[in-house]
Design a protein. Sequence first.
Length: 173
Amino acid sequence: MTEQTYEQTQNDHDEVTYCAVHPDRETGLRCNRCGRYMCAQCAVQTPVGYRCRECVREVDNKFFTGTLADSVVAFAVAAAVAAVGGFLLIQLRITGILLLMIFAAIPAGGALAQGIFRAVGKRRGRYTAQIAAAGVLIGAAGVTFLTGGFRSIGLWVFAGIVAALVYGRFRLN
Ligand SMILES: [Zn+2]
Ligand SMILES: [Zn+2]
């Protein structure tokens, strides 16, 4: 403890406090869970007020109950559905109709997101959103590669929207 902070602890009503992580940054803001002082950079705004990064992480760990197997399932379902769906779209020769691709992608993405969510027992993993979205894109990439439909912008627009919706489903409640 430096002389300066020692003096401050002696003087309660005029106390100058510093961030627990950055001792050179003055702050009066405290984590509402553990009470430590934190600077603007360390504070995380949550629905229940400002908290430090460690507390946010701890609460997240209780929230994210997904297992490694869930990630594998999420990826496999996403990639398989995207591959089969992409194949059908190419076979139907409708990927050139961009507007149709955009409108069709929204319910398709919602349905796939819900399907994946059920497949993983409605558990969320810290990275399930990213893994499932990557599955969609990789599945779509695989089918465009195999069918030679790589130049189909419509299919990529479709896959992009579906991937974004799947991502959003796992990020939000
Ligand atoms: Zn805290
Ligand atoms: Zn800080």
